[in-house]
Design a binder for this molecule. Sequence first.
Ligand SMILES: C[S@@+](CC[C@H](N)C(=O)[O-])C[C@H]1O[C@@H](n2cnc3c(N)ncnc32)[C@H](O)[C@@H]1O
Length: 254
Amino acid sequence: MGAFSGVAILAKTYAVLVLLLLTVLPSSGRAAGYVDGLAPPGAPASAFPAPARRVAGIVTDTWRDEQSRDQAGEAERVVRLLGVKPGLDVADIGAGSGYYTVRLARRVGPQGHVYAEDVVPDYLDRLARRVSSEGLAGSVTIVRGEPHDPRLPAGSVDLALLVHMYHEVTQPYGLLWNLRPALRPGARVAVIDARKETASHGTPPDLLRCELAAVGYRQTAFYDLQENTYLAVFAPGDRPASPETIRPCSVGHG
Ligand SMILES: C[S@@+](CC[C@H](N)C(=O)[O-])C[C@H]1O[C@@H](n2cnc3c(N)ncnc32)[C@H](O)[C@@H]1O
């Protein structure tokens, strides 16, 4: 082999390696492990009214440290109240650091699935690493949604859980409306939040009921949890409201 053909082979090998790397690495350059939306975008944010109340900023990826939550029996009680069982497909909307994601994944087992969705890429990167290190990658799909659209596949979940995140959603009407196609017949939407004003990282229960009703959901159960928090369960009505008919709820009444 001459010197020229040796250089040509080296150059070819290098080009193939570069191509392979480009295929394997996501185009944004961030770590692999989650997908940017599993479904095509739903209705755009501009189709929905803004909420007529304050929205809290995103400040952390967890509500409380996991040990104190477990000591209070939080996830155990919520899982029991919601009847989460092996084989169920669940969405953890606003999953953050994954307190519920990992507990739900263990509960639903290999026959079930958890879609762990959030809007903050760094939180999702960390969560992807956590899920892998806890051996749960096969049961969990990490999804990057948008503030008005969780981007979940149609007919994919039996239960959507929104924990200590509703007050941070800048587009609650869009999020709830775009979530609906992901819900299977009989699916429920469960919201956990604190009895505080939205600006103080909570949602008054009557305001929550009003905003969900505006999109066509009705409350089917309500439970008090620890530390002035609650779990409210909703079912979608037969027909979703059309976005242009949604009127934002005013603060202080339901
Ligand atoms: C206080 S943390 C709670 C995390 C977790 N659910 C828990 O119980 O510990 C709120 C999470 O909601 C996420 N979040 C805020 N707005 C969101 C939206 N529109 N859609 C999805 N996630 C959102 C934040 O990025 C953050 O991870």
